[in-house]
Design a protein around this ligand. Structure first.
Ligand SMILES: [Cu+2]
Length: 301
């Protein structure tokens, strides 16, 4: 396809914003200046007598009806045209599914590959299918002027094209609970060849099944692997760690072992580590998947 004539979402939105902003600026300055002039000109010290009453002026009325009408119609027209540009996905776009959950994103490519970051090739339009596993989230890419609700049970999409290689913020724009502000990742725009290499590398890379499951289910959005606390405790060195948990109202101490990890995956809020909120959702995991995760966590030091 001819990408030279491709209008990006940024090019579709920015002129609309500039137009509306400029119109507001002209009105704000105009009204403020006229108000100030009238306050001075018609101050009681300058105009002690009441001025004459104006009964009506047909031309003035026509002007202040017609001009604002044209202005808001122009705003509507440009806004609508920009909106259509956001909704009409260019042909040949690459499809990626973005799955949102409390509180992380997973991106799934057509070959089944998953990634916690949205890798895209530069210059190629990307259609993002938006899926929520739980509550309402918002898919927000400020650099590409794209913001779209991610609603559970509803098919929705967005598209964008990165014209320059780089790393761009990707936020959740709808307040979705305790970890909402941590629901941050990035779009990584790579030159076409590098992207192809990344896709291939990911396909052949020997990741342990346990780690893949943690990525695919978004666990790493709340649990770090490097020791830093997030919404939940870090997974680094979790095996054999002594923790204080709250079981209902009661506090007790235990050592993290396979039984505890299994229980925490199946019933996340049965034994909650003290100091962390009881907010972990239960993931739909098969028995062998739970064992794969436990085996992976055992080796994390
Ligand atoms: Cu969210």
């Amino acid at each position: 396809m001819d990408s030279a004539h491709l209008i990006t979402t940024t090019e579709a939105i920015d002129p609309v914003f500039t137009f509306i902003f400029a119109a507001c600026l002209v009105l704000l300055v105009g009204i403020t200046v006229v108000t100030a002039l009238f306050v001075i000109r018609y101050h009681r010290s300058r105009a002690p007598e009441p001025t004459s009453q104006v009964e009506g002026n047909i031309w003035l009325e026509i002007i202040w009806v017609v001009l604002p009408s044209l202005l808001v119609l122009a705003m509507f027209y440009y806004g609508w045209a920009g909106y259509l540009a956001l909704r009409n996905v260019p042909e040949g776009a690459m499809e990626v599914t973005a799955t949102a959950r409390m509180w992380s994103w997973t991106f799934t490519y057509s070959d089944g590959r998953t990634s916690p970051k949205l890798y895209v090739p530069v210059g190629k339009p990307v259609k993002v299918l938006l899926v929520s596993n739980d509550v309402l989230h918002g898919f927000y890419l400020p650099a590409f002027r794209v913001k779209r609700d991610v609603v559970p049970g509803m098919k929705n999409y967005a598209w964008f094209v990165a014209t320059k290689a780089g790393s761009y913020d990707l936020f959740c724009s709808a307040y979705c609970g305790t970890g909402h502000s941590a629901m941050i990742t990035t779009v990584e725009a790579l030159p076409e060849a590098e992207f192809a290499a990344w896709l291939k590398l990911e396909a052949t890379e020997e990741e342990s099944p346990g780690q893949k499951l943690l990525e695919a289910h978004g666990c790493l959005g709340c649990h770090s692997l490097d020791g830093s606390p997030k919404i939940g405790p870090t997974l680094q060195g979790i095996w054999g760690r002594s923790v204080t948990v709250l079981t209902g109202e009661a506090e007790r101490s235990l050592t993290v072992d396979a039984a505890y990890l299994r229980r925490s995956l199946l019933e996340p809020n049965a034994d909650v580590v003290k100091g962390f909120p009881p907010v972990m959702p239960a993931a739909a995991l098969k028995k062998e998947e739970i064992e794969q995760i436990v085996a992976y966590l055992k080796g994390l030091n």
